[in-house]
Design a protein around this ligand. Structure first.
Ligand code: ADP
Ligand code: GLC
Length: 502
């Protein structure tokens, strides 16, 4: 099958969060299963392109306005074809979605142009059997395909699978966004793209796609409830028969202590001795004294957002630090959490190490060098760091929500089963109880080794999840009345890039 991914970020080109990991690894895994995959991304600042595929695409915005992005070629990596939507005025900026002053005010136009150009790519450059969109930034793709492009013989029947990576981000704009972004006014009603008087891109994706997926089974249930639905739970419930939860995988060629090129010493389940060197290296990096080496280190790598549960740490910070532990934190985002961790580092010198930064190498070093990994998320669609942690023998302490609940099994001392520590109540007290339980068992080397090895034995590679996505693609084709594509890789069709604008 030929699958066209449309997403606002993806490694190795751009990343702000786990979406980028998924947009790199899932296409690669699908290629491994014999499918053909192309990925459309915006060409952000610093993204290198090898050549121009289409020098000028004519994109209607609102009213009589036109824009003329080009389509750049991002070559083939791991068997996956990359295309960039290139419009420097929109995408060659400091940040992906915003800067210090908040979200860019023209995000509706930016991602409208992005989606429309992706449709033109599907028409003229790379013809797919199915389109796979991700989060609100690509949600106008299904909206436009079923409305503005509804009579277009080339694309009107292409099925769209839409993956919700996070229900907390809607792409919410004032009504004027209809005109600014060229969205048909006829769908501005509560069963269309309207959300209490505003334009809600995510809602458009939920309403107009053929199939919806989200990144864990638990989250697929949660988003149908008021507590987790962010006002869209009713829409999701209405489409429950077309909603599938598929857990994210891990690319173990990047995230495993046996292969990791960023860590001080490699190690494996057979021989964990390298982990000690990684811990030493981590303490040095965070300027924590080496006489603390025997103490348990709790690691955190995160976007600092309310979603991630740091208000629980704020609430219990001093009780937490009352325990005999070290805390190592890497993250950026919300100022109030940056302040929180800076203040903790100042209050507990030698025991709390904090780097307010986005740094992939340090993220790897924390996974390898910490003893425990803390994710007290208020909600977590999937979460990748806890899955990485398992492979590094770094025991996760998580709140039982979304993918955290699906991927981490509470340790059962009686049977020696389980991979980490979980708490259910969203409260500082519950979090603290789990941390204390972990610290207590950390004292017993034999038991701790059991928990580590249980985690390291888990396999969350992408192959199984990629096969589940392939089933959803097939179901989406059936749902649109299209014939099944039985062989994984069909004979290549006309792929010749066009040299002129559409
Ligand atoms: P989310 O997408 O909600 O941020 P995930 O757990 O799915 O959460 O993915 C986060 C990804 O971003 C992981 O690959 C993690 O290592 C990475 N990451 C988050 N914050 C940082 C940071 N400050 N520096 C480096 N990598 C980070
Ligand atoms: C989102 C979620 C995270 C998930 C990631 C990739 O950013 O917050 O839980 O792992 O997307 O699907």
């Amino acid at each position: 099958m030929r699958i066209l991914f449309v997403a606002s970020e993806g490694l190795p080109f751009s990343k702000t969060g786990g979406l980028a990991d998924v947009v790199e690894a899932l296409p690669k895994a699908l290629v491994g299963l014999g499918h053909e995959v192309a990925v459309v991304l915006p060409r952000y600042r610093g993204t290198k392109a090898s050549s121009v595929v289409v020098p000028s695409v004519t994109i209607p915005m609102g009213g009589t306005r036109l824009r003329f992005p080009s389509v750049a070629d991002g070559t083939v990596i791991n068997g996956v074809r990359y295309f960039f939507v290139d419009d420097p005025a929109y995408f060659d900026r400091d940040g992906l979605y915003g800067g210090a002053g908040g979200d860019y005010p023209d995000n509706a136009e930016r991602y409208s142009e992005f989606c429309r150009t992706a449709i033109e790519i599907a028409k003229h450059v790379w013809r797919p059997d199915v389109i796979h969109c991700h989060d609100w930034q690509s949600a106008l793709m299904p909206v436009l395909l079923r409305t503005s492009y509804g009579d277009d013989p080339l694309v009107r029947d292409i099925p769209v699978v839409f993956t919700i990576h996070n229900m907390g981000y809607h792409g919410l704009f004032g009504r004027d966004a209809l005109d600014r972004a060229g969205i048909p006014a006829g769908i501005f009603h509560p069963t269309g793209i309207e959300f209490f008087g505003s334009v809600n891109f995510l809602k458009g994706g939920l309403v107009f796609s053929d199939y919806l997926t989200t990144v864990s089974r638990k989250y697929a249930q949660e988003i149908q409830t008021r507590e987790y639905g962010y006002g869209l739970d009713g829409v999701v419930r209405g489409r429950a028969d077309r909603l599938v939860g598929i857990i994210n995988g891990v690319d173990y060629s990047v995230w495993s202590p046996e292969k990791d090129k960023f860590i001080a010493a490699k190690y494996s389940a057979k021989d964990l001795s390298g982990k000690h060197a990684c811990k030493q290296d981590l303490l040095e990096l965070f300027e924590l004294p080496s006489e603390n080496l025997a103490k348990p280190v709790i690691g955190i790598v995160s976007r600092f957002a309310d979603q991630k549960g740091f208000d629980l740490i704020a609430e219990r910070a001093h009780e937490l630090m009352h325990e005999d532990l070290l805390l190592v934190v890497l993250g950026t985002g919300d100022r109030k959490y940056e302040e929180l961790f800076r203040a903790l580092a100042a209050a507990y010198p030698g025991r709390v190490g904090v780097k307010i930064a986005y740094d992939n190498a340090i993220a790897h070093k924390i996974e390898a060098g910490a003893d425990m990994f803390l994710m007290p998320s208020r909600y977590e669609p999937c979460g990748l760091n806890q899955i990485y942690s398992l492979k590094y023998g770094t025991v996760p302490i998580v709140r039982a929500t979304g993918g955290l609940d699906d991927t981490i099994e509470a340790f059962d001392i009686e049977h020696g089963t389980g991979t980490g520590f979980k708490f259910v109540d969203y409260s500082g007290a519950a979090m603290l109880r789990s941390v204390r339980q972990a610290l207590h068992l950390f004292m017993d080397e034999r038991i701790w080794r059991r928990i580590q090895l249980n985690g390291m034995a888990k396999d969350f590679s992408w192959k199984g999840s990629a096969a589940e996505y392939a089933k959803v693609y097939a179901a989406a084709r059936t749902a649109r009345g299209l014939p099944a594509i039985t062989e994984a890789a069909p004979a290549p069709r006309n792929q010749k890039p066009v040299a002129t604008s559409n």
